[in-house]
Design a protein around this ligand. Structure first.
Ligand code: UD1
Ligand code: CA
Length: 452
């Protein structure tokens, strides 16, 4: 059955107290909207329609940056969830199949839950609503059930005391045939306590047409919506604890799990080991058996099998470490490929570079990649030895098995197997150290006497 996703993301999110549209606030390094898109992507939708409103340009840009095949429609005035869904009509033109509604501010709906909803659709229910047993039902819409059958959804504001006592609540996720959904949505009115077009009214409208409706339930944690900064922090914590548990389950050692922070797309291979206080930004892949030592920060990089990174290392986007590479303390790497077994163990900056197999980069080496206007590349061959405190002024190429003398400022290419020395020549003056000491001590003694 082809699926179309409709993701509602037009709301302002007043309580976030922010210039940024609510759905663009991030959890684990990705906007909430992207989390919702990822949830829905599990159904392999044929079409995805995002309903934007507040900050529509920004929301559109973020949605397209993640998936440029989605359509973004604009709901100019936010007249309610039913009105929002109606905006997707043209974007669904010619589509046959099911439509499923998700909210851009509800990031954690799991694939199994959406599958269960699709199963209920396959079992013949025209409208399937995702519900949850709320610990504190608060202002959620209530699901009025009669056995397996969903009679109606009543909003808190419109509910009787008896209805308010119901604890089975509406998550907002709803599935129906797309054409049926659009027909029902077109029939919604706004005569209610809020004067809004309630999407939830489609249940009663469906029943009045002799169509069946039911609910599927999921744990409340999945339907967690974000309305405030405090809620965002709670959602972040929920994401992190799930990511940690999954990593442990997948055979990753975390010596202090609660101090390791994941991004939405972090991949850690089996038998990799992560020491305390490591932060993963987006786009990190760590292969099997790699060790990420304490206090390292990684983003947009690939760490090969058996590599060791840190402690106190920073890997920035475009870093590609082959197997068994070693990156030590206070080393920063950006947009650089390090081939198998290369080592950069201490206090270095490696940027816009290619470093060959088994090459050793001495302590304090810097690729001087930026001339103040443009970036330039450094290329170092295999089996080379870069002496401590070498400045590699890019663009520059160092050949295979070449060496640079410690303290060199390398401005010209170094051929393979050559030793480059580019520093002041040392001169030793016999006995001069003692003479100098004596002179300095005499000066100090004279000044002390004058001060008395
Ligand atoms: C809605 C449901 C309620 C449910 C709750 C779950 C209705 C009428 N009520 O209430 O039953 O328990 O969600 O969280 O559907 N949106 C638009 N355009 C609009 C209005 C809303 O895009 O005109 C978007 C919002 O950005 C948000 C989502 O729809 O992502 C839900 O809107 P919100 O106003 O938060 O609905 P609730 O009142 O919480
Ligand atoms: Ca809400």
């Amino acid at each position: 059955m082809p699926i179309a996703l409709i993701i509602l993301a037009a709301g302002q999110g007043t309580r976030m107290n922010s210039d940024l549209p609510k759905v663009l606030h991030q959890i684990a390094g990705a906007p909430m909207l992207v989390h919702a898109m990822k949830s829905g992507a599990a159904l392999m939708p044929e079409r995805t329609v995002i309903v934007a409103g507040h900050g529509a340009d920004q929301v559109k840009a973020a949605a397209l940056a993640y998936d440029d095949s989605v359509s973004v429609v604009v709901q100019v005035e936010q007249l309610g969830t039913g009105h929002a869904v109606a905006q997707a009509r043209d974007a669904l033109d010619g589509f046959t199949g099911d439509a499923i509604i998700l909210y851009g501010d509800t990031p954690f709906v799991q694939p199994e839950t959406l599958d269960a909803m699709m199963s209920a659709r396959a079992a013949g229910h025209a409208v399937v609503v995702l519900g949850f047993e709320a610990a504190d039902p608060g202002r959620y819409g209530r699901l009025v059930m009669q056995g397996d059958s969903l009679t109606r959804i009543v909003e808190f504001k419109d509910a009787t005391d008896q209805e308010r006592a119901i604890t089975l609540c509406n998550s907002g996720v709803i599935a129906a045939d797309a054409q049926v959904m659009m027909d029902l949505v077109a029939a919604i009115g706004n005569e209610n306590a809020s004067g809004e077009y309630y999407l939830t009214d489609i249940v009663e409208l469906a029943r009045a047409r002799g169509l069946s409706a039911t609910s599927v339930t999921c744990p409340e944690a999945e339907t967690m919506g974000v309305n405030t900064r405090a809620g965002l922090a709670v959602a972040e914590a929920a994401f992190q604890s799930r990511a940690r548990a999954e990593a442990l389950e997948n055979g990753v050692t975390l010596t202090a799990p609660e101090t390791v922070f994941f991004a939405h797309d972090t991949y850690l291979g089996r038998d990799s080991m992560i020491e305390p206080n490591v932060v993963f930004g987006p786009g990190v892949t760590v292969e099997t058996g790699a060790l990420i030592r304490a206090f390292s920060h990684l983003e947009g990089c690939h760490v090969g099998a058996g590599a060791v990174v840190g402690p106190y290392a920073r890997l920035r986007p475009g870093t590609e470490l082959a197997n068994n590479v070693k990156i030590g303390n206070f080393v920063e790497v950006k947009n650089a490929v390090l081939e198998e077994g290369a080592k950069v163990n201490h206090l270095s900056y490696i940027g816009d570079a290619h470093i060959g197999e088994a090459t050793n980069i001495g302590a304090g080496t810097i690729t001087c990649n930026y001339d103040g206007v443009m970036k330039h590349r450094t290329t170092i061959g295999a089996g080379a030895f870069i002496g401590s405190n070498t400045m590699l002024v890019a663009p520059v190429t160092i050949g295979n098995r070449a060496m640079t003398a410690s303290g060199s400022v390398i401005t010209k290419d170094v051929p393979a197997e050559a030793l480059a020395v580019a520093r002041g020549v040392q001169e030793n003056k016999p006995g001069l150290a003692v003479k100098l000491f004596d002179k300095l001590k005499a000066t100090k003694a004279r000044r002390q006497k004058e001060a008395e």
